[in-house]
Design a protein around this ligand. Sequence first.
Ligand code: AHG
Ligand code: MN
Ligand code: MN
Length: 338
Amino acid sequence: MSQKISLTRYLIEQQRRDGHIPQDLRLLLEVVARACKSISQAVNKGALGGSASILGTAHTENVQGEVQKKLDIIANEVLIEANEWGGHLAAMASEEMQSIYAVPNRYPQGEYLLLFDPLDGSSNIDINASIGTIFSVLRKPEGTSAVAESDFLQPGSQQVAAGYCIYGPQTTLVLTVGDGVAMFTLDREQGSFVLIEENVRIPEDTQEFAINMSNMRHWDAPVKRYVDELLAGQDGVRHKDFNMRWVAAMVADVHRILCRGGVFMYPWDKREPEKAGKLRLMYEANPMSWLVEQAGGAATNGRQRILDLQPGKLHERVSVVLGSKNEVQRLTSYHSQL
Ligand code: AHG
Ligand code: MN
Ligand code: MN
């Protein structure tokens, strides 16, 4: 790529070419990117922030009963403060907040709803491993004045934009507005995100899988069967060897899959049988599933396409299988054979 294309230019060209990104949505995405830049800056400092160090626990719990890290809370605040005043949003929802956050009356109200996992992969913060921010944008249903939680409960197929920003060796923002997947790496000298790939494709076949193997004894039969077959390698029914990776940050595992293929699974298991899975539908599974589909991959909960699921509540959980199409289809078919 001879000439560098910034995120700003990419979005303006998308707006001009297809007209399907309205100006408000473009500006909203710019603000999300700016917030990610600021989170990236904080992540970079690590322990050097002195008393403002981003490392360690906040000694509080979120609505999911998980202990919050300082950075979970900082990233949540950065996203709220950056997005509340611009006039593009009606409300926000986050993994770290029990209820929705309506844009305060002192600011103009926009047409969009923003959902986010401010900091994904929290257990990686203190060990200097990859983490990220995941986001999803919905349109506020027409004819509603005050926003309610029920306005957010739309299937993932209704998303108008989705993406994540990974804070790894590089900070890279990955985005879809329904026209493929584009990746932008943060140029720290310029202070802007620069396009590095605009036609991300996931190969249909793969020899790499990602799952937390320590949960094996808790899995359901179809997942056990599928992973057993992968582990059997050359000698088994698959007649090829598979390799395994698990970063413990969905952002990083999905990023690897977008870069070189693979299948990611966080299935339902018997540890907490009443929960559909560990990952959250609305701000983890939905945005990632749309990105993966836009790159030619597939995403199901083992039975159905994730993007077709009707959420019943904001913090709903879901079982997730996503990535290279042929592997996702195979595991999904094992579920229907039982
Ligand atoms: P979060 O840090 O936002 O709570 O999400 C962590 C999630 C996901 O990113 C990752 O794939 C998974 O939890 C890791 O779970 P295990 O620790 O059970 O492997
Ligand atoms: Mn997460
Ligand atoms: Mn999180």
